[in-house]
Design a protein around this ligand. Structure first.
Ligand code: MN
Length: 252
């Protein structure tokens, strides 16, 4: 029986738009995520936020991509105050993604966690976040590169990669140039995670879950970069390759 392409579940962001016939609340995944998964040989499937249904969702996916977006509710990592700069909180999305991370780590499902995703990975496993880098962390790096007019497809800072880490094996290098669109970052690392990469100001930019076969978190957006900077297809290719090991052949 031939192998089938692995199915990668992608979590979308809530959004709202107004048309002539009314205002609509939607769940939307940026096309760059689905294109990156397709370019890597996988089949992207968007998973809307919902309560429960986790067992059913993980029964039909071979891998997961936790995408970028707004901030996680600070209650979920024990911060009693919501910082003025914290934005875009969506409780149902938090609930779904935290449940997916816990399921993936306990059932060894391959998972790539991007931007907000690396933060969800950390919070779901007991870590905490810096709510606003500009206000709460001393750095010379502008982690919101739009402030410097750098386009989303291009890098704005470097990441030093820990030798032998999952991130090092994925990119095959000890330094990566990355884009940066985040105002939050990991503060206390969750006990079961390992730091794989840091920017020169020591902000955590890459983590892995060594108890799993392939779970990687990155603070940058490789899906925005992979067309102009092909090395950034590597995390998607590695996710799909790992998910392919789980994909059972189908009869045709
Ligand atoms: Mn950054």
């Amino acid at each position: 029986m031939p192998a089938r392409k692995p199915i990668i579940g992608i979590t979308p962001s809530p959004m709202e738009d107004t048309q002539a016939h009314g205002t609509f609340r939607r769940y939307a995944a940026a096309t760059t995520y689905t294109e990156a998964i397709e370019a890597a040989g996988g089949v992207p499937v968007v998973i809307p936020p919902q309560s429960g249904n986790i067992a059913e969702i993980v029964a039909v996916v071979d891998g997961l991509l936790i995408s970028g977006g707004g901030d996680i509710h600070p209650d979920l990592y024990g911060d009693s105050e919501v910082h003025d700069a914290t934005y875009g909180i969506h409780d149902l999305r938090d609930e779904l993604e935290i449940a997916l991370v816990r399921e993936a780590t306990s059932r060894d499902i391959p998972m790539l966690c991007i931007c907000r995703g690396i933060q969800v990975l950390n919070v779901a496993l007991g870590g905490t976040l810096i709510q606003d880098i500009a206000d709460q962390y001393s750095t010379e790096i502008e982690h919101r590169q739009q402030e410097n007019g750098i386009r989303k497809e291009d890098p704005s800072h470097t990441v030093a990669v820990m030798p032998g880490s999952l991130l090092a094996r994925t990119y095959g290098t000890d330094e990566i140039t990355v884009n940066s669109f985040h105002h939050q970052a990991i503060r206390d690392l969750a006990p079961d995670l390992e730091i794989n990469g840091v920017s020169t100001d020591e902000v955590v930019e890459g983590v892995s879950h060594p108890g799993s076969s392939w779970i990687l978190g990155v603070q940058w957006h490789p899906e925005m970069m992979f067309r102009d900077h092909p090395e950034h297809l590597k995390p998607f290719a590695a996710l799909v390759a790992e998910a392919a090991k789980k994909a059972e052949p189908v009869a045709v």
